[in-house]
Design a protein around this ligand. Structure first.
Ligand code: ADP
Length: 179
């Protein structure tokens, strides 16, 4: 599924984020930037040890709702943007923290002249954020950013499993019909 937001493209596909050829890929990292399972484990395995070395050298962790950038090591993508989404707790702060993780990632793209990025579904794995709500927040945040930032030409959500793909597709259909 693919839509235009002004002159930019927003895409939703099923796949593996580690194989994307976008300039950057997003990672669902933890606040310690310590490496973990899920998509973070896959990105570090494929990217190789330079990712962790750069994280350790440059950053002392990353607050929830924010993001940091490294090179892509052995990945096809030149950069990895390590975003820290919230662990779902049902708190009213969860939506803003999740939105902020995506927004800060996109701001890093702008600052580093990166025009395409692929995101995984941040927080909806080990961190337990319900996909229905998380998908709406993720898509709305990206659409709002693209409206103001034509320098980002393409954002692709790469969903690992078919259920997450379906929920994102439904959320995007709802959001586009609401315009
Ligand atoms: P979090 O701790 O933020 O919840 P997870 O890594 O547990 O992060 O999960 C986030 C999402 O990433 C889940 O939907 C999971 O299925 C998905 N995922 C896991 N591996 C990959 C991969 N290689 N490519 C894309 N998505 C992946």
């Amino acid at each position: 599924m693919k839509i235009n937001v002004q002159k930019s493209i927003l895409e939703i596909v099923q796949g593996d984020i580690t194989q994307q050829e976008t300039e950057a890929i997003g990672n669902a990292a933890n606040a310690a930037l310590a490496g973990g399972g899920g998509v973070d484990g896959a990105i570090h395995r494929t990217g190789g040890p330079t990712l962790m070395a750069e994280l350790k050298a440059k950053y002392k962790g990353c607050p929830t709702g924010s993001a940091v950038i490294t090179g892509g090591g052995n990945l096809k993508a030149k950069y990895v943007i390590h975003a820290v989404g919230p662990r779902y707790s049902g708190s009213p702060k969860d939506p803003e923290l999740l939105s902020s993780a995506y927004r800060k990632s996109l701001e890093l793209c702008t600052q580093n002249k990166i025009s395409s990025i692929a995101f995984p579904s941040i927080s909806t794995g080990i961190y337990g954020y319900p996909v229905e709500e998380a998908s709406r927040i993720a898509l709305k945040t990206v659409m709002d950013y693209l409206k103001e930032h034509p320098e980002i030409k393409m954002v692709r959500f790469v969903l690992f499993d078919s259920n997450t793909l379906k929920v994102y597709q439904e959320a995007l259909t709802e959001l586009t019909n609401a315009f």
